[in-house]
Design a protein around this ligand. Sequence first.
Ligand code: PNS
Length: 164
Amino acid sequence: MTQENSANRVAIYPGSFDPITNGHVDLIKRGLNIFDEIIVLIAYNPNKSYLFSVEERMEMIREVFNGTKGVRVDCYAGLLVDYLKISGTSIIMRGMRALSDFEYEFQMALMNRRQTRKIETVFLMSGFKWFYTSSRLIKEVVSLGGSVKGLVPDNVNQKLIEKF
Ligand code: PNS
């Protein structure tokens, strides 16, 4: 039976999650109203540098969703479409904040679909509270001594403080 007509609808939620923010957390929780299972996928490029290691990022996400049914965390260093093929899934979930996200997201969705027509990208609007939250700004603010309390989960806030 294919995934499309089975009862278990799985979506891959890929991202850098460096680190996960409350905007991501909100999206995953809302995604669970649509999908039976969400695989939060840390898609990383081994040649790129990140603030947190893949292991640290996975651990932080696992701590946040500890015990939440339907959330799995994984990582992958190759093409996203290859991960979808290997895992037998066909749905990518992504969040969209302001209009500024649109072009980047549109390009990625079309590029992924160009590689395999079986893929669909589903966009959820970012929660209003998280419109201005991004991992990049979070890191910048903390690195300069600012507070991001409330914008990231508490365990992530703690890890950020330790890093800087
Ligand atoms: O959180 P980000 O950094 O916006 O996520 C971007 C991400 C990781 C989803 C994207 O870079 C990606 O899919 N990387 C995996 C490699 C790949 O498939 N690249 C081609 C994308 S069209």
